[in-house]
Design a protein around this ligand. Structure first.
Ligand code: ZN
Length: 313
């Protein structure tokens, strides 16, 4: 066997990881590299020339050493400052950019989620800071797309109550005083998922969401909940098939909602096991996070790189 360079670990061909911690540390070894990345991506591709909004021209910018360690570059013609962090989720944060990037790395590489408590330990920041970082990453960077799903593969639609219904227990809506939050899920087989909290599971609430994501003429699979009864009517012309969960039928040929159930089960296990209790107010953020990771499985780019691109756009 050839000698191994232990300072340059090579990822095993069998590893499922597309971007390891070692890759991350090579690309972003310190805070300055992270700042430079933002500067080049947002303003100055060559690191030196950027468009000065005051001169209204491309100028040479320099980063002057100051006592306050200002995170800005200065126009050498007029003295105007450009701040690469302005308008990003990193602005007005006293946490090191390197730690922000590392938090993003952790949230993209986990499968089941990472709690604020664990982020606190990993990053060495306060719980409050860790919680806020995860909150912003989930709600600003991992937001779900609004564009419709491709035509072609069948779409499964299923609703659930967070902390509510399990397979085999009687269905139906929890009473009005319930703390359970209804959630609507739409998934295309071998495609994207969209998961959203909804105020209720009435037709008037669910259908606009379904119409937004599901193209006309698509084949749609649901369970037997009455609210879906009219899905095959109307201009959209959906081909609608149902499985009778209440009669214990979960699969009938191609007709099932197992893809959606699989996503729910991962999400419920994750939220239950990692985050414990999630309030109605914050549930959408967690759904974003799970949907984001699920949808990114289709993307050959490393998840971390995709998230970073969202952070600097
Ligand atoms: Zn200028």
């Amino acid at each position: 066997m050839p000698p191994v360079n232990r300072n340059k670990p090579v990822r095993a061909a069998s590893s499922e990881s597309e971007y390891t911690l070692m890759d991350f540390m090579r690309e972003f070894p310190d805070d300055a590299t992270c700042l430079e990345h933002l500067w080049r991506t947002r303003f100055a591709p060559d690191g030196e020339h950027a468009r000065c909004p005051k001169c209204v021209e491309t100028r040479v910018f320099k980063r002057y050493e100051t006592t306050q360690q200002r995170q800005s570059w200065t126009c050498t013609a007029c003295g105007h400052h450009l701040h690469p962090l302005a308008g990003t989720i990193f602005a007005k944060s006293s946490t090191s950019l390197h730690l922000w990037f590392y938090a993003m790395y952790l949230m993209t590489s986990t499968r089941c989620g990472i709690s604020a408590k664990q982020l606190e330990r990993e990053l060495g920041v306060t719980y409050k800071t860790a919680w806020r970082m995860a909150y912003l990453i989930r709600n600003k960077l991992m937001t779900q797309g609004t564009e419709p799903m491709d035509s072609g593969n069948p779409v499964e639609i299923d609703e659930m109550y967070m902390g509510g219904r399990r397979r085999g227990t009687p269905r139906g809506r929890p009473g009005p005083d319930s703390h359970k939050t209804p959630v609507l899920g739409i998934v295309q087989r071998a495609g994207r998922v969209a998961a959203m909290t909804v105020p209720n599971v009435k037709r008037a609430t669910l259908f606009p969401n379904i119409r937004q994501y599901v193209l006309p003429k698509s084949t749609v699979y649901t369970d037997e909940l009455a609210v879906y009864n009219t899905l095959d009517r109307g201009r959209k012309g959906y081909h609608h098939r149902r499985v009778n969960h209440s009669e214990g039928v979960y699969v009938s040929g191609d007709v099932h909602t197992n893809t959606m159930e699989g996503f729910w089960s991962l999400t419920k296990r994750g939220i239950g096991g990692v985050y414990h209790a999630v309030s109605k107010k914050h549930l959408q953020g967690y759904l974003n996070e799970y949907a984001w990771r699920y949808n990114e499985r289709l993307n050959p780019r490393a998840k971390f790189s995709t998230l970073l691109r969202r952070a600097v756009r």
